[in-house]
Design a protein around this ligand. Structure first.
Ligand SMILES: NC(=O)C1=CN([C@@H]2O[C@H](COP(=O)(O)OP(=O)(O)OC[C@H]3O[C@@H](n4cnc5c(N)ncnc54)[C@H](O)[C@@H]3O)[C@@H](O)[C@H]2O)C=CC1
Ligand SMILES: O=C([O-])CC(=O)C(=O)O
Length: 327
């Protein structure tokens, strides 16, 4: 029987498709480990509360030993009161005829009050992962409305891109994903992201060297990883859900329990020429519940151009939300 105090995990957009794939894995102990009980808080908008209640009934029906309770609400203040781990999944998707500015504005209406509620009530050790798109900029909005929470607690998800890159590379080389280390996604969770094979290692050498095929790296690998989300939508008729939930579990698990090397979108401290404050994906190392950007990597011209292009897009998004008064 678990003896530790229960950790409060808040999931927004809990009745959505990622929520449905995520909640059962959290309640089963895969997010925080087999000896950590969890209290789930599900935040939804009023029309989706009934569906969230249905999911909560199913969670009850699993009789998970680690599940210490479930609260369902449409009130962000209540949902984030005392929260230790906040998974911000619910977001406004782009719909037909919607301009980029409209999308950012609609998401500002979600992530600003959620940032304020986290600021008002979160636990001292709160960790925030933003999954809802545009994830990096939504994280920037939430963080800018939580001035009392240390900036390093706000992260956005590029772990799905990271896992996609591992899988594509493993298939190309005919190796297991466990034989690959130091994979990195740089930049934005968007088609401009840069999955980096020059620092990834396979069998004691760089993955780019192991592949030995620049054309594949440039014309197949990078676009396949960067456009995988769109390919899933095209094939499934819906966006990635189980793989996104899996990546969220990996992200938080590694942040809490530590890892030598993964990809997380975090507030830049100016490392690798990324403007300070931008939430950009970097290679990170995690220990003792904290992350740090892996330093000292040589960035060649090929990688520099791609990192700069993705960061330029993030700067544009930041400037757009700034001009809308959202940050
Ligand atoms: N960063 C990443 O790698 C990935 C991000 N995503 C993004 O994750 C988000 C969620 O995806 P799905 O679960 O498939 O979407 P979905 O549409 O199935 O579910 C979203 C849920 O959020 C809820 N919601 C909307 N506004 C809310 C608010 N203010 N507070 C609480 N809940 C709210 C909706 O009622 C809905 O139940 C999308 O923005 C999607 O683009 C998806 C895959 C990967
Ligand atoms: O575009 C989307 O909603 C899905 C997404 O982020 C992904 O699969 O990477």
């Amino acid at each position: 029987m678990a003896s530790k105090a229960a950790v409060k995990v808040t999931v927004t957009g809990a009745a959505g498709q990622i929520g449905y794939a995520l909640l059962f894995r959290i309640a089963s102990g895969q997010l925080l480990g087999p000896d950590t009980p969890v209290r789930l808080s599900l935040l939804e908008i009023p029309p989706a509360l009934k569906a969230a209640e249905g999911t909560a009934m199913e969670l009850d029906d699993c009789a998970f030993p680690l599940l210490a309770g479930i609260d369902i609400t449409d009130d962000a203040k209540r949902a984030f009161d005392g929260v230790n781990v906040a998974l911000l999944v619910g977001a406004r998707p782009r719909t037909k005829g919607m301009e980029r500015g409209d999308l950012l504005e609609a998401n500002g209406g979600i992530f600003k009050p959620q940032g304020e509620a986290i600021n008002a009530g979160a636990a001292e050790d709160v960790k925030v992962l933003v999954v809802g798109n545009p994830a990096n900029t939504n994280a920037l909005i939430a963080r800018s409305h939580a001035p009392d929470v240390p900036a390093d607690r706000f992260t956005a998800m590029t772990r799905l891109d990271h896992n996609r890159a591992l899988s594509q590379l493993a298939a190309k080389l005919g190796v297991s994903v466990t034989e690959i280390s130091q994979m990195t996604i740089w930049g934005n969770h968007s088609a401009t992201q840069y999955p980096d094979l020059f620092h990834a290692q396979v069998g004691g050498r760089s993955a780019a060297e192991a592949v030995g095929d620049d054309a594949w790296l440039r014309d197949t690998f990078i676009p396949t990883v960067a456009k995988r989300g769109a390919a899933i939508i095209e094939s499934r008729g819906a966006s990635s859900a189980a793989s996104a939930a899996n990546a969220a579990v990996d992200h938080v698990h590694d942040w809490v329990h530590g890892t030598e090397w993964t990809s997380m979108a975090v507030a830049s401290d100016g490392s690798y020429g990324v403007p300070e404050g931008i939430i950009s994906s970097f290679p990170v190392r995690c220990a003792d519940g904290r992350w740090e950007i892996v330093q000292g990597l040589d960035i060649d011209e090929f990688s520099r151009e791609r990192i700069d292009a993705s960061v330029a897009e993030l700067v544009e998004e930041r400037d757009a939300v700034r001009s809308l008064g959202l940050i």
